[in-house]
Design a binder for this molecule. Structure first.
Ligand code: GL5
Length: 836
């Protein structure tokens, strides 16, 4: 298709003499108030008597979106004009969190919006709570993608996030009798003011069928894919506004629909069901997010989702490239495509198919473009999370892709043999096809072979990657490997989540710190200033009060904001060891019962996190936390000094209340298992001290903050591996520690389950006879470390000092630092300033 003719049209002029753009981008209170009123009337259309709080949310959201729209269009135009290279971040998950507060912050119009609403008799804070957050992700991986979009826009880098518009995101969690109940997340129920449907931006995606060989006009052998079904993907765009800049990038999510809503042929012959079947099957593709955090769920539909969004995205890039008049040979000069884990790694094969079969490039040229285009980020070493697809399933869904994979593999293994001649064991290990047991396609190998850059997400994790799952690939291409330690956006997780601290930082450092986190180092001098420490404590206590109110409203548990708030929020997983935390709580409980005069620092133990619905042990751990909470909170012997609360439905919205209220951050995974963690960084930013193992980014957090400001315990990765090699016997830990034995017995006895001795048997037995994550091996060290925490808390001034130093030294963990590294070292993408 030739590029469309560009006809320049002047923006419409209103009767006031201002252009429409001027009016719609007005940031003043009066303009915002008028915009909200207009949207209430013209976009929502309820009479005053029927206007709800949600209507005010929606109207303000639309008014804010109008103000971003101008910036968004200018960003697209600028990128087009400057012909800059664009980052395409391919991710099956984007856990964006509520948009309204963040967009007001990034546009710098919170105060104006607050005043405008006040003039309309509404309170911004209450209106903000109306937003149903788009839960299009499970946990760290999806939230990382959202932080990276924030930094990309803020650093003025042209970028598009490509993903899936799930109709149902991550389930809402309710707690019924201590158990997790999963409620469907109907986030689109009342509409989504942030997205702009682009029905004209659509691509067609094939499924199944077979391939045919033919000879083209020039006499070349070619392949044609004859699919069984075609699904249409339509774009929904969400503008993502940078902080303090005009740049506003795009999150483009694909929604699946049938090519024709009705098969008229079938309909006319009277087969009504056949006619609607296609529509139903097609639309299933983007119905629901798989709620599993790490382990793979080898489901046909999941592979379908991955292929669907990746194919739409790559077709979209090719389409835009041709609109820009850039030859397809220059694809890699215009696009840097990042694979967020292996979920989009089918993209390597799809780009080859598009270039070779559809654009008729020769194989070598296409392969050079492909490898130059892709980068691959690995996010986990857990063996059960490494994606593989059974060959028959893959063949049935993507017959042409399997052929291409065989050809990539053939050429690749020739290279391996040339480099390591005679080493057939290595060839088998590295093959894209796994042959032990059921034959399968190994997606991590595919991603590694098809990418010029491969990275882990924390220094330790990147080292382990090179030494374990991708060792052979590291030996083959050491130059492809690097580390990119994760980061989090200080805009959402500090400025927005912690307005008290924001004000203090503004006063102490000026207002540039949100985009220059290294400035936080200037706080170090203030750590010794008693007046500053008092202010710091007052802010923390107000945040704790805010969280206590929230917890009371949602659980009926009353917490005292003067106590130490000890918090573990993250997905529930055995490797993250929430049960180790519980063992400490029960230990402390028993000690207090036996020795009522014991001097401990009063503590609130706070948990939050979802369990994958099919993860038996994780769901028991939630029940255990709630059982222990129920018993302890009701026991007058101890409940003036300790309490336990499980915050239901941990999500981005309540995370913004939780991180700022923490005194102690629990980062207690088995060493070598947590790739990085990002919650650990959000706590640090907000001045929490960490109790943690040498795992993931904890290592770097401790390096930054100093060993004296970090509570370290537990086995190292090497020690864990050593113990496992030698044969680990958790019963030995129990035999040598009578306190541990009593704690386990108490849990097993039904004491925390109203006398039911069955409920927690599986948890206790698992720890006693298997304990795959070395909970018992680390128990004694953890309890001892918690005693050090307790003692340190008693010295308020020094604790505050350490808290200040944590924030002061958290600059490294800004996602801006991470994104700069990706841009400079992997993507080669430069900033493009957008003018209005
Ligand atoms: C994860 C890791 O488990 C986390 O340690 C990491 O911080 C995050 C982002 O890199 O990626 N991998 C993964 O599959 N999920 C994660 O949170 O869901």
């Amino acid at each position: 298709k030739p590029p469309p003719k560009q006809i320049k049209i002047a923006p419409p002029v209103t009767t006031t003499g201002l252009t429409d753009v001027d009016v719609r981008s007005g940031m003043q209170v009066a303009a915002l108030k008028q915009a909200v009123t207009d949207h209430l009337r013209y976009s929502i259309g309820h009479p005053p008597v029927a206007t709800t709080l949600h209507d005010y949310y929606y109207a303000l959201a639309l008014a804010v979106r109008d103000r971003m729209q101008h910036r968004w269009l200018n960003t697209l135009q600028t990128n087009f004009d400057l012909k800059r290279k664009i980052v395409c971040y391919l991710s099956a998950e984007f856990l964006m969190g509520p948009h309204l507060g963040n967009n007001l912050l990034n546009l710098g119009i919170e105060q104006e919006a607050r005043a405008a609403l006040a003039e309309l008799g509404q309170d911004l804070d209450i209106v903000l709570e109306c937003e149903e957050e788009p839960g299009l992700g499970n946990g760290g991986l999806g939230r990382l993608a959202a932080c990276y979009l924030d930094s990309l826009a803020t650093l003025q880098r042209p970028a598009v996030g490509y993903g899936i518009r799930y109709e149902f995101g991550i389930f809402d969690q309710e707690i019924h009798d201590g158990w997790q109940a999963e409620i469907t997340d109907k986030w689109l129920r009342y509409g989504n003011p942030w997205e702009i449907a682009k029905p004209e931006v659509a691509h067609y995606v094939n499924w199944g069928g077979h391939t045919e060989y033919y000879r083209d006009e020039a006499g070349n052998d070619r392949v044609r894919w004859m699919p069984y079904r075609v699904v249409k993907g339509t774009a929904y765009d969400t503008p993502t506004q940078g902080y303090g800049v005009n740049n506003c990038n795009t999150l483009r999510l694909w929604s699946a629909e049938a090519v024709e809503s009705f098969d008229f042929q079938a309909f006319n012959t009277g087969d009504y069901y056949q006619a609607v079947e296609d529509k139903i099957i097609s639309e299933t593709v983007t119905k629901v997010l798989y709620p599993n955090d790490e382990p793979q769920i080898g489901k046909h539909l999941r592979l379908g989702q991955q292929y669907f969004f990746v194919s739409c995205s790559l077709q979209n890039m090719l389409h835009i490239l041709s609109l820009s008049g850039v030859p397809v040979e220059n694809f890699a000069e215009r696009y840097a495509v990042q694979l967020n884990d292996t979920h989009p790694s089918i993209g390597v094969v799809e780009l080859m198919r598009l270039l070779v079969d559809e654009r008729r490039l020769d194989w070598d040229k296409a392969w050079a473009i492909t490898v130059q285009t892709f980068g691959y980020t690995n996010h986990t070493l857990l063996p059960e999370a490494l994606e593989t697809w059974p060959l028959p399933m893959f063949q049935a869904l993507l017959p042409r892709h399997l052929e291409i994979i065989y050809e990539i593999n053939r050429r690749f293994l020739d290279e391996v043999r040339a480099r390591f001649s005679g080493d057939e064991a290595r060839v088998a290990r590295m093959s894209l096809i796994g042959e032990e047991g059921e034959k399968c396609v190994r997606m991590a190998h595919l991603a590694a072979v098809g990418s010029h850059a491969i990275n882990g997400v924390a220094a330790l994790h990147s080292d382990l990657l090179k030494a374990s799952v991708l060792k052979d690939f590291y030996e083959m291409w050491p130059e492809r490997f690097s580390n990119k330690t994760n980061g989090v956006t200080p805009r959402r997780f500090l400025a927005l989540a912690n307005p008290g601290l924001r004000a203090l930082l503004n006063e102490a450092l000026g207002e540039q710190w949100p985009v220059n986190m290294e400035q936080l180092h200037q706080l170090e001098a203030k750590a010794d200033d008693a007046a500053f420490r008092r202010k710091w404590r007052a802010i923390k206590e107000a945040n704790k009060k805010r969280l206590a109110d929230y917890i009371l409203a949602h659980t009926d548990i009353e917490l005292d904001p003067t106590w130490l708030f000890d918090i573990q929020v993250k997905r529930i997983h055995e490797y993250k060891r929430q049960h180790l935390n519980v063992l400490h709580i029960v230990t402390l409980y028993r000690r207090l019962k036996e020795n009522p005069g014991l001097n401990i620092s009063p503590r609130a133990f706070i948990f939050g996190g979802k369990a994958a619905p099919g993860y038996f042990m994780a769901k028991r751990i939630i029940k255990l936390i709630n059982g222990v909470a129920e018993t302890i909170n009701a026991d007058p012997d101890v409940n003036t000094r300790m309490k336990v609360a499980f915050v239901p439905n941990f999500n981005v919205q309540n995370a913004q209340l939780i991180y700022p209220a923490a005194d102690l951050s629990e980062q207690i995974s088995t060493a070598g298992k947590e790739a990085s963690g990002t919650g650990n960084m959000k706590f640090m930013l907000n001045g929490a001290l960490t109790i943690g193992t040498l795992d993931g980014a904890n290592v770097e957090i401790r390096e930054e903050v100093g060993a004296e400001n970090f509570f370290l315990f537990g086995l190292t990765t090497e020690e864990v591996e050593h113990i496992k090699r030698e044969g680990y016997h958790p019963t030995d830990c129990i035999a040598s520690n009578s306190e541990l034995r009593t704690v386990l017995e108490l849990i097993n006895s039904g004491y925390f389950s109203r006398g039911d001795a069955e409920v927690f048997r599986s948890v206790v037995n698992n720890l006693t006879y298997s304990d795959p994550f070395l909970v018992l091996a680390d128990y004694a060290a953890y309890v001892a470390c918690q005693e050090r925490v307790s003692a340190a808390w008693q010295d308020k001034e020094n604790w505050t000092r350490m808290s200040i130093l944590n924030t002061a030294r958290s600059g490294k963990f800004s996602s801006d630092r991470a994104i700069r590294e990706y841009c400079d070292e992997i993507w080669n993408v430069q900033p493009a300033t957008v003018k209005l």
